[in-house]
Design a protein around this ligand. Sequence first.
Ligand code: NAD
Ligand code: UDP
Length: 312
Amino acid sequence: MQTCLITGGAGFIGSNLIKRLLDDNYRVICLDNLLTGDEKNIEEFRNRDNFQFIKQDVIKDFELKDKIDYIFHFASPASPVDYQNYPIETLLVNSVGTKNCLDLAVQNNAVVMFASTSEVYGDPKVHPQTETYWGNVNPNGVRSCYDEAKRFGESIVTVYQRKFKLITKIIRIFNTYGPKMQKDDGRVISNFVNQAIRNKAITVNGRGEQTRSFCFVDDLVDGIMKIMFSKKTDNQVINLGNPDEYTIFDIARKIIKLTNSKSKIVFNPLPADDPQRRKPNISKVKGLVGWNPKISLQEGLLKTIEYFKSIK
Ligand code: NAD
Ligand code: UDP
């Protein structure tokens, strides 16, 4: 049986990924300091023989007894509210934390996947975004603690791949949503759904004309599995997201409709450096492993609404 280490496994994407890995018969070690994650997300795995949780900060030194075959480095605050609350932690987990994971990979001859982000494209001037685009990032703006940390992460992963002949995979994840998102992470889907099911005002930033493309977490996990366990994606940088593009105002209206909410829409100022448009070009992942997201926004939102109602 092969062993996977997941940093950030008690978070939203990590915990959804653990379920899939356990179901596919991998041994899973989850390393998380619970900064933005929650032990409740991994409670359901506690009694499974192949699962182990270690409360650990990946920035600090750590040693593992077991031989590791695959490392998924997913630890990092991820929502704009979280990473602006924890800017230093964000910089360090994607730099020092990534280096620690890479050193462990060298010792174990393990394959490493680094969870990068569409934020490396900043406020993009190329639309949709392809992997060959270098981005338009403000190096010292309010988002830079995240954007530049992920860009550093991509750089150190690539340096280790060249210097130590490690097998690496960099995935640039675009906005993802679904069950096990934190209720209060300030992201647009979690905010709007929780506001709508309580009939509270829906807080649209700016005029709501900015766009995003939202991927349901089950589709994302499917893409992560295909990329990690295929030789065709070795040492590649790959966009992962759903290319269906919506304005934030459309999202507000859709969520009000799907929840039968009495909420009204209010308009707040647009935060600094908020990207105007975002949509992945996913030809590369389609060509390499045949991945294509299958879950429509409506289906994914209904599942997410059901989840947030269940934990209300
Ligand atoms: P999340 O906040 O739910 O999960 C991150 C997890 O990392 C949390 O459990 C947190 O406690 C843990 N963590 C943070 N710092 C740590 C440290 N120093 N040591 C150990 N654990 C630490 O976020 P998420 O949405 O699940 O994001 C997971 C990864 O995917 C992140 O790297 C994020 O940058 C990336 N990503 C997510 C999205 C998205 O839309 N959700 C988009 C792009 C990239
Ligand atoms: N947004 C909004 N209202 C909210 C939260 C977010 O209008 O309550 C907007 C935000 O300004 C951005 C988009 O929704 O334009 C997506 O924000 P999110 O924080 O989910 O992720 P981002 O893609 O900006 O990292």
